[in-house]
Write a protein that binds this ligand. Sequence first.
Ligand code: ZN
Length: 133
Amino acid sequence: MIKRIEHLGIAVNSLEETLTSYEALLGKSYKEEIVESEFVRTVFIQVGESKIELLEATDERSAIAKFLEKNRQGFHHVAFEVDNIEKELERLKGEGFQLIHETPKDGADNKRIAFLHPKSTAGLLVELCQEKG
Ligand code: ZN
């Protein structure tokens, strides 16, 4: 079951250049983390019950680098918190959604994550995430 919007992911060219204005807008960030497998550096800012995740590429192999080759920096993905990520992937696959990740992988902020292909969601990149127990 999808429970809530956990965070919105924002792709940025440079965290150094962007973070100050986001912190002025939303308040202090609480976590900075490099996700080696994804070649990204992320920073999280809490906004009520949700978060903003700023993502910067650490390598040209990063999906964020590829995104920024084609798009301006800005909104990148929405992440929905689920109670059981395996079950939810199974359900969505059955509903005909195209999955980028068939099985969950480790993501930032102590989460297991999986992405759906934007082809299935009218262009919206959707992340499912579940807090690691
Ligand atoms: Zn995310």
